[in-house]
Design a protein around this ligand. Structure first.
Ligand code: TPP
Ligand code: MG
Length: 341
């Protein structure tokens, strides 16, 4: 069980993440309506919000250090916040600003913070092999750092994920795979695309421990993640951990969710891991005023980050070809090849 201090840290991370998503939702919609214009407004491009996933990010990352590596998928904010990614620079990235983590070129699905070894990607299961690579590097360097790869349940049939399980198991690598099961992959319900109800069963074929946490209860995630991260840190190999979470919002902003039954939306709204954790905090004897203080501190931090980000300059167009793997096409080039390196 967590200490009262750990519980408060998890709570603060969770309310920060929830408030962040709610505020980004407001900012995102600015200028995009009435006809949904994805390029308009202060946040260009797609936006996948993770409200309902908070217990997983907070309950796992509480066990991690800055030198541990985390990779996340296209729904990354709650994990990034719990891993300690710089909130101001992350927000500037989401708003496409020059001072963003990737100088405004990556957007919300491509947040890289080397200070705390965090990366994410919009390509499903993409982060899993690099997490295995980070775990292999830690092992070869004889450090006790670990790696954690977050992915959605919609990614558990991807070849890259299955190959990663095998490699991690064969080499006994210090890595934890965390599957966030929110029952949906865009509009596709889990049972139509996957043969197992419990994604942790994928571990059986690779001879590594598979554990499922059936509810988005931060305390239960804390306990299972502690064991999994501890096993990795002690040199005892990988674990696959699946956590039941809920998607409180659409797959992405602008998703009308016409495919989703009302009862499912209701269920997601009523099973709130944050309300549950508030009840746990009371049981631990944390005073209501202290909980309110954590909440208002989190909200202030989010407001500050958004205000700061919106004030940041946009990148100059000529910087588009900086920090990329290819140079601008040479003049007269049809543009299919990169220029001379
Ligand atoms: C390799 C690849 N295939 C397809 C997509 C398109 N795509 C984006 S999100 C998504 C569903 C992901 O579902 P899940 O892994 O369950 O994550 P969730 O969105 O539910 O958090 C798909 C298929 C993609 N980004 N990458
Ligand atoms: Mg999903």
């Amino acid at each position: 069980m967590p200490s009262a201090t750990e519980l408060q840290t998890m709570y603060e991370n969770m309310v920060t993440a929830r408030h962040y998503e709610e505020r980004l939702q407001e900012e995102y919609l600015e200028g995009k309506q009435p006809a949904f214009d994805i390029s308009a407004g202060p946040i260009p491009g797609e936006l996948h919000l993770a409200a309902g996933h908070e217990a997983s990010g907070a309950g796992v990352c509480i066990h991690l250090r800055d030198d541990d590596t985390v990779t996340a998928p296209h729904r990354p904010h709650h994990v990034a916040i719990a891993k300690g990614v710089d909130l101001k620079r992350m927000t500037a990235e989401i708003f496409g600003r020059e001072t963003g983590l990737c100088r405004g070129k990556g957007g919300h699905m491509h947040l890289f913070d080397p200070e705390v070894n965090f990366a994410c990607s919009g390509i499903i299961a993409q982060g899993v092999p690099p997490a295995v690579g980070a775990a292999m590097a830690a092992k070869k360097r004889n450090t006790d750092a670990v790696a954690v790869a977050f992915l959605g349940e919609g990614a558990i049939d991807q070849g890259g994920f299955l190959e990663s399980l095998n490699l991690a198991s064969v080499h006994d690598l210090p890595v934890v795979f965390v599957v966030e099961d929110n029952d949906w992959a865009i509009s596709m319900p889990k049972d139509r695309v996957t043969d197992v109800e419990n994604g942790a069963q994928r571990a059986d074929g690779f001879d590594l421990p598979g554990v499922r946490v059936d509810s988005d209860d931060a305390l239960a995630v804390y306990d299972s993640a502690r064991e999994a991260v501890g096993r990795a840190r002690d040199g005892n190999g990988p674990t696959l951990l699946e956590v039941q979470v809920h998607r409180r919002m659409g797959h992405f902003m602008g998703d009308a969710e016409g495919y989703r039954p009302d009862e499912d939306v209701d269920r997601a709204t009523h099973r709130d891991s944050i309300t549950r954790l508030e009840a746990d905090l009371a049981k631990y004897g944390v005073a209501d005023e202290d909980v309110a203080e954590l909440r208002s501190r989190a909200e202030e931090r989010v407001e500050e980050a958004i205000e700061w980000a919106k004030d940041q300059p946009e990148p100059e167009p000529e910087t588009a070809y900086e920090d990329v793997f290819t140079n601008p096409p040479a003049q007269g080039d049809a543009g299919v090849r990169g220029g001379e390196q």
